[in-house]
Design a protein around this ligand. Structure first.
Ligand SMILES: Nc1ncnc2c1ncn2[C@@H]1O[C@H](COP(=O)(O)OP(=O)(O)O)[C@@H](O)[C@H]1O
Ligand SMILES: [Mg+2]
Length: 212
């Protein structure tokens, strides 16, 4: 279980104070909704460690995450778009998920398996700039698979996709979350995404998370 308890934060110079309490289960999708500007991305920044809370706690199972810098947290983050280096191939982008020092052959083998798992077998040498929006999100998910961190943060990951691609990408997130036992935290303001995917749903209202 990922647990945030009374994580307190305010952006410098801003009046609104956030206090976030949530639980996100293993192998589950926890959805976060809220109006534009309500603090959804700020919440993900706190979980990822890009900003530090003034108070509160953040734990994954018994592990305290707050002392860890972003790169040491057991977390991957995927945005709406621009998750890939456009001038690199699908394989090179996915390889970035592997720890340094992974041998070339082993790395290529693992990338091939991950691309296969996201439905992109044979796309290794395609440049990211030539892929569709949905294919790019799949490559980013393949990289996440290779990073193998138990918490996946998704910030409006389907927003730039057309309806059909949105549904297949959504199904893939659902499947990967359950198969790999990720704690997936999905920010979305689309009721459809939440209805299709979420095991739990919180809404941000006036700086706090309300269970829906
Ligand atoms: N680095 C920052 N400094 C000051 N204010 C910020 C910063 N980042 C975001 N904000 C403000 O905090 C509020 C919440 O932003 P954000 O978390 O991005 O909302 P959401 O993702 O729900 O649209 C907004 O009013 C935004 O303008
Ligand atoms: Mg946002």
């Amino acid at each position: 279980m990922l647990r945030a308890n009374d994580l307190a934060f305010a952006h410098p110079g801003q009046k609104r104070a956030y206090r976030f309490t949530l639980e996100a289960g293993r192998g589950e999708v926890t959805a976060i909704s809220g109006a534009s500007g309500s603090g959804k991305s700020t919440l993900l920044d706190l979980l990822a460690g890009f900003v530090q809370p003034k108070e509160g706690s953040l734990e994954l199972d018994a592990q305290d995450l707050l002392p860890l810098p972003p790169e040491a947290r057991p977390v991957s983050l995927l945005m709406q778009a621009d998750n890939l280096f456009e001038h690199l191939s699908a394989q090179e982008n996915a390889l970035l998920g592997l720890p340094r020092g992974t041998s070339r052959d082993k790395g290529r083998q693992q990338v091939a398996e991950a691309l296969n798992e996201v439905g992109l077998a044979g796309f290794e040498s395609k440049l990211a700039s030539t892929l569709s929006g949905g294919q790019k999100q799949r490559v980013a998910l393949a990289r996440t698979l290779l990073r193998d961190r138990p918490v996946l943060l998704l910030d409006e990951p389907f927003s730039a996709l057309d309806d059909e691609t949105r549904q297949t990408t959504r199904a893939l997130v659902d499947e990967l979350t359950r198969r790999h036992d990720w704690h997936t935290v999905l920010v979305s303001h689309h009721a459809d995404d939440i209805a299709a995917l979420a095991n739990r749903h919180y809404r941000i209202v006036e700086g706090q998370l309300e269970r829906v």
